[in-house]
Design a protein around this ligand. Structure first.
Ligand code: DLL
Length: 438
């Protein structure tokens, strides 16, 4: 990596603003956004209920008086009810897991797509990517925001993009070797899977041309970072985002690796106590809440990310003045991220409840085999099914596994257990056993 790449800032005008100038810009953008969303039925209702007139917002401090937006709001307004522009102005749609069978839908105007590419270009530049790089994208192309987000960001920089998409690890490795990628884009766990497979093939992952990794979409530790860096011989950087807010491009690390800079000229961050909803003082750990202040198609006000983190306002050596968020430290809800796919236990419950013979008692066991996450759904079935002949039981399991795959977009192994086998909780049912948390 050249020293030029180390210090490069994609948009110095916005990434290195003095805080008073940044806050002026934020307030102006917030006020404009509130005006734009006030005709969206959900916000019209929320503002009326809270007795809020967007014109009464005169300072950034007033933000804490505005109502929150949640995934539930998106579910209730499925699919396009939260959009603030007519469909003719929406040029792209993406989505993410919802808490039930219906996903969360987001839209982008042409300007939103343009802005999104710039936001991604910002964190890719911060990680040292330049127009000299060849960027291998191993996120799945589709409704998930990961692949398209990074794709257009890398093109914006002028890098060469290899839109490999997900899966087929052996082919990925061949392309990585032959096409000479210098930057790898995927989840951190997939980076390890690649390293494992290359080693199993008797080769050294460090002999690839890779120099930098841009990893995100799921939580990962500093230990995992060290392992990836060591085994692949690269600099591994973290980037964060969520589809409701834009996708990747909400925040990303610079090469100082001291937290991810949140692009505050686009997103207003707050940290709240997830129980009380109260805003916490700077530096405290709590749930990240984000407000879109630039987006046209679906600007969300005080969106509860459910991700737990801490914000740091002290200056960073890279020159960016933007606040940094720490690696996430868990969630304030029960969402699981399995192989990079977001899964809510309620999605699984919904499927099980629709299958005749399944009892309303189940448990999810999440584990890791080598570098790969696994999910087992243990479900109680009535005696007829449990004591049925093997062949019939097998086809019952197949049927449930297929239904689950359709709903959650992930293969889960189904294990049938006899009635009353799952321990009954006295308080809240313990639906999830996550053995990955070592
Ligand atoms: O995962 C967007 C994304 C794609 C970000 C690719 C970065 C790279 P969703 O599918 O909506 O969007 O999932 C969002 O994933 O609320 C976090 O819980 C988790 N998440 C995303 N990035 C990180 C990260 C994309 N770097 C949810 N560290 C978020 C920890 C992350 N968790």
């Amino acid at each position: 990596m050249t020293s030029e790449a180390t210090h490069k800032v994609w948009d110095p005008l916005h990434e290195c603003l003095d805080r008073p100038d940044l806050e002026r810009l934020q307030l102006e953008r917030l006020r404009n956004t509130l005006k734009r969303v006030s005709h969206v039925p959900c916000y019209k209702e929320k503002f009326a209920k809270a007795g809020i007139d967007p014109d009464d917002i005169h300072s950034l401090k007033d933000l804490s008086g505005l109502p929150f937006t949640t995934k539930e709001d998106l579910r209730l307004n499925y699919p396009y009810g939260m959009f603030a522009v007519p469909m003719k102005d929406v040029v792209r749609v993406h989505s993410s897991s919802g808490t039930t069978g219906k996903p969360t839908v987001v839209g982008y105007s042409r300007k939103d797509l343009d802005d999104w590419s710039d936001l991604v270009a910002r964190f890719m530049t911060a990680a040292g990517v330049t127009s000299d790089d060849i960027v291998h994208i191993a996120f799945g192309y589709g409704l998930f925001t990961g692949a398209f987000g990074l794709h257009y960001g890398a093109e914006r920089i002028g890098a060469t993009v290899i839109p490999m998409s997900g899966g087929n690890t052996e082919r990925q490795i061949m392309i990585l070797k032959d096409y000479g990628a210098t930057a790898l884009v995927c989840t951190p766990s997939y980076a390890l899977t690649l390293a494992d497979r290359i080693e199993k093939m008797g080769e050294n992952p460090r002999s690839l041309s890779l120099k930098v990794g841009l990893f995100g979409g799921e939580p990962w530790s500093e230990e995992l970072r060290r392992e990836i860096e060591e085994r692949l011989g690269i600099i591994a950087t973290d980037n964060y985002g969520l589809s409701e807010i834009v996708g990747p491009g909400v925040a990303g690390e610079c090469l100082c690796k001291k937290g991810m800079h949140i692009f505050e000229d686009h997103f207003l961050p707050e940290i709240i106590d997830p129980e009380t909803g109260q805003v916490l003082p700077p530096g405290e750990k709590g749930e990240l809440v984000l407000t879109n202040i630039v987006q046209e198609a679906i600007p969300l006000i005080r969106y509860r990310t459910r991700d737990i983190t801490r914000l740091h306002y002290d200056t960073c050596e890279c020159g960016r003045t933007l606040v940094r968020m720490e690696k996430t430290m868990g969630r304030s809800d029960d969402m699981l991220i399995i192989k990079g796919v977001n899964v809510f236990p309620t999605q699984i419950e919904e499927v099980l409840f629709q299958v005749e013979g399944c009892e309303p008692h189940y448990q999810l066991v999440v584990d890791r085999e080598g570098t790969v996450d696994t999910l087992e759904v243990q479900v109680e079935v009535n005696e007829n099914i449990f004591f049925d002949e093997m062949k019939k039981q097998r086809s019952f399991v197949d049927m449930v596994e297929k239904k689950l795959a359709v709903s959650i977009g992930l293969h889960a192994k189904v294990k049938l257990v006899e009635p009353s086998a799952i321990i009954r909780a006295e308080g809240k049912a313990q639906r999830v056993i996550d053995n990955r948390k070592k």
